[in-house]
Design a protein around this ligand. Structure first.
Ligand code: SF4
Length: 341
């Protein structure tokens, strides 16, 4: 097994069968994490990119079975921030030192593409990179958002298994999702994707295919998180994923895609109080602290027990800065685009 990890470390390639073998292995996790950390250091360095996350609306037209924001969940209080409120939140984040603003929402048409472009143009005047995480749009709309100045687009695939995707995403299409991702890459977005680990009926074989898909797409960013069941969803009674497995898949992804950006996800810290720091020492190089005001945080409950829901943007920034310093790493002062080395 060590040979397989070394092969991934030196060649950044593994076959489907080798990937499955590595995902199933439990004996060499520590060696895997140390080689993923070494790869991170060689290819993307010690700097950590902080992205200020604005969850600007929890309104969603979809029913992803694992997600607390799904349309059928009538228990949540829906909100939509105004354009000025989004801008003011971004401005505060820039004052705090963020070089990227991530605009995230459920998938909906409550903002027209014109309105979204207006927000993007306004925020771009603050001299930051903008990542959009707003779901599926048509090609003309993606183009308009790009032309307005958005730099990156995050569209998680969650699983590449056709059967599982269909079961989890009523009225959505895996092929359309994949086509959106390829199109985003084609028109020049830095494109991020990712998956959930530990979904009901997910196999190691399908996780191996997910990783191969990230590679085939040449994703610029890959975010992985454990599935955490939400009581107000149809999957509420299922067993969730584990921190360890999500960490392992993340580390393997780093070995195979050495120069991409990989976030230490908030969901990891929900399952392990030191989850983001452990992830940053096992291949990750990005953190996305929430910059929303406290009043919105508990309403953006994709999964339960999210960290920091009672905190404010200053507290989140100070907390993550202290954690990063405690492991001898530094915070990047750049916009943190993918390094092509
Ligand atoms: S995962 Fe995204 S698209 Fe799916 S229900 Fe949740 S917010 Fe909506």
């Amino acid at each position: 097994m060590k040979n397989l990890i070394d092969k991934a470390f030196y060649t950044h390639n593994l076959s489907y069968e080798e990937l499955i073998y590595l995902i199933k292995d439990e004996q060499f996790n520590e060696y895997l994490y140390s080689k993923a950390d070494e790869t991170r250091k060689i290819f993307v360095g010690d700097e950590i990119h902080l992205r200020g996350l604005i969850e600007f609306s929890n309104i969603c037209k979809n029913n992803c079975q694992y997600c607390g924001l799904q349309k059928n969940n009538h228990k949540i209080d829906r909100y939509k921030m105004s354009i000025d409120e989004i801008y003011q939140t971004a401005k505060q984040a820039v004052i705090m030192g963020y070089k990227t603003i991530v605009l995230q929402s459920g998938e909906s048409e409550v903002y027209s593409v014109d309105e979204l472009c207006k927000i993007i143009r306004k925020i771009k005047l603050l001299n930051v990179a903008i990542t959009l995480s707003i779901g599926e749009k048509n090609s003309d709309e993606y183009k308009e958002l790009k032309e307005a100045g958005a730099d990156r687009f995050l569209l998680r695939i969650e699983t590449t298994s056709p059967k599982l995707y269909k079961a989890l995403h009523p009225s959505m299409s895996l092929s359309k999702r994949m086509a959106c991702l390829h199109y985003l890459k084609k028109i020049g977005f830095e494109t991020g994707t990712g998956n959930l680990i530990g979904l009901p009926n997910q196999t190691d074989e399908s996780i191996a295919n997910d990783i191969l898909f990230f590679k085939e797409l040449d994703a610029d960013m890959v975010g992985l998180g454990p599935f955490i069941p939400h009581n107000d969803t149809p999957l509420g009674n299922y067993k969730g994923g584990t921190f360890e497995k999500a960490l392992k898949v993340m580390a393997i992804t780093r070995l195979l895609m050495p120069n991409i950006n990989i976030p230490a996800t908030t969901a990891m810290e929900t399952l392990n109080p030191n989850g983001r720091i452990i992830a940053l020492q096992s291949g990750a190089n990005v953190v996305m602290p929430n910059v929303n005001e406290t009043k919105y945080r508990s309403k953006y409950e994709i999964y339960p027990n999210k960290i920091c829901i009672n905190d404010n943007p200053d507290k989140c920034r100070n907390c993550i800065e202290a954690k990063i310093k405690s492991i001898g790493r530094t915070i990047s002062q750049t916009k943190g685009f993918r390094l092509h080395k």
